[in-house]
Design a protein around this ligand. Structure first.
Ligand SMILES: C[S@@+](CC[C@H](N)C(=O)[O-])C[C@H]1O[C@@H](n2cnc3c(N)ncnc32)[C@H](O)[C@@H]1O
Length: 426
């Protein structure tokens, strides 16, 4: 049986944290509600952005949890754990193998508690030790039996996340569940469990994790959650299980915006299909979409918001970095949920008769000029040597039209080969 060292939240712990990872000058920006947490460089890489922590805490607050503590058995900086504690006003138990990280985590708990109302901090502890040693950890803080109302874990993952198995995560999920199962409080939907997983988890591994959870609690619901920060990829994939899941909601997407706010939507996952038969026409709209949307399978939900119900639309590309949608009506960019997944959208002004290259700059400039563009950005597949040359020629050639609109040039694979389109943004 391994032992744990208990770190209560107190102002004394801040002094220890200051020695391990000084916070430096604190920016007392009155507008920011984000606590300035203690973090080493390693923790910064691993930790969940504060706005995501808060959004998740709000989501968990909407779930019906039984009475009991929130547990994070691999708590790192503690940001997610303490966001839950503050939002739900519940005691937290954080466990962290690395002693320095555990001290910083306890200090972060203290900082968050100073900014929040409620009495959760007096019953909240960070333990240094192994998060899989459930019974001994609880004994250290005088708890036993079923005392955990929600378990959240964000295990450390190997760098080469694509090829790793579930049990290479630290702590391993199966051991964690085996050890904690008897300490989780079971409500009508089962226990509340939230597990952060690699965003690159293969579908077969996603199934594996579902099976693992259902082997303990067969009838509990599941909601998968994708988080994107808009860099064209999924940043996080999380499974919400049992009392933490939303019934009949298999998937949810969170998109963190650059101003720190979060937009979210949920629903069933659907398969996206490309229509190889459509040929874009002048006057229609081409929209380059964030790949994260298609990875989540929630594109049908998004489309419902993005276009009027009578709009005709087709996916003209579904793979690679630039999935593309063709529609006969403009995308409703005024909705933040819609805009959040649009990289670029514009009305087709012309189809090029020649392949874009530095040698075809003259006809390209004629087309760009007749579309009243002051800028034309290349968004098409192109030889990486030719691409910057052509972009420079376009920039130079359109410099004399400062009052024009911005546009972009895309390629679409049709049944007859590639076709190139100039689109004007509105
Ligand atoms: C991905 S990080 C957690 C990050 C955390 N969610 C945050 O926002 O800071 C995973 C953490 O698990 C810790 N860890 C790995 N194995 C553990 C174990 N067996 N018991 C407790 N902690 C463990 C690592 O030291 C690391 O800090």
């Amino acid at each position: 049986m391994s032992s744990h060292t208990v770190l209560p939240l107190s102002s004394d712990i801040l002094d220890f944290a200051e020695v391990i990872a000084p916070r430096g000058e604190i920016d007392n920006n009155a507008d920011s509600e984000e606590p300035q947490l203690y973090q080493t460089e390693r923790m910064k890489r691993l930790s969940t952005p504060w706005s995501i922590c808060v959004t998740r805490a709000e989501q968990l607050a909407d779930c019906r949890l039984e009475k009991g503590a929130i547990l994070d058995p691999a708590c790192g900086s503690g940001s997610q754990l303490f966001a839950y504690c503050a939002e739900l006003d519940r005691a937290g138990i954080g466990i962290e193998l690395d002693a320095d990280s555990a001290v910083l985590s306890a200090a972060n708990g203290q900082l968050v508690s100073q900014l929040s109302e409620g009495n959760w901090a007096s019953e909240t502890f960070v333990l240094v030790g192994d998060g899989t040693s459930a019974t001994s950890a609880l004994a250290e803080i005088d708890l036993e039996g079923r005392s955990v109302a929600a378990l959240h874990v964000d295990p450390a993952r190997p760098q080469d996340a694509q090829n790793h198995s579930l049990d290479e995560m630290q702590p391993p999920i199966s051991i964690l569940l085996n050890q904690w199962a008897e300490h989780l409080i079971i409500g009508s939907k089962g226990p509340a469990i939230i597990i952060d997983l690699s965003p690159r988890l293969l579908p077969v591994q996603q199934e594996e994790i579902e099976q693992l959870l259902h082997s303990h609690w067969p009838d509990s619901p599941i909601t998968w959650e994708w988080v994107s920060t808009g860099r064209g990829r999924i940043d996080r994939l999380t499974i919400w299980f049992g009392a933490a899941a939303v019934v009949a909601t298999p998937a949810r997407m969170l998109r963190l915006l650059s101003d720190g706010s979060v937009v979210s939507f949920a629903g069933p996952r659907t398969k996206v299909k490309k229509n190889p038969n459509v040929i874009p026409a002048t006057g229609e709209w081409l929209t380059i979409i964030d790949t994260a949307l298609l990875s989540s399978g929630l594109q049908s939900q998004w489309l419902r918001e993005a276009l009027p119900s009578d709009a005709i639309r087709n996916w003209v590309r579904i793979d690679g970095r630039r999935p593309m949608l063709l529609s006969n009506q403009p995308i409703q960019l005024e909705k933040s949920l819609v805009k959040a997944f649009v990289s670029q959208t514009g009305q087709i002004k012309s189809r090029l008769k020649v392949e874009p290259s530095p040698n075809t700059i003259s006809p390209l400039l004629v087309s760009a000029n007749s579309a009243y563009l002051s800028k034309l950005t290349l968004r098409c597949k192109m030889d990486p040597v030719k691409q910057p040359k052509l972009q420079a020629l376009l920039d130079k050639g359109l410099k004399g039209h400062p009052r024009g609109k911005a546009g972009f040039l895309v390629d679409v694979d049709t049944l007859n080969g590639s076709a190139w389109y100039i689109c004007r943004e509105s």
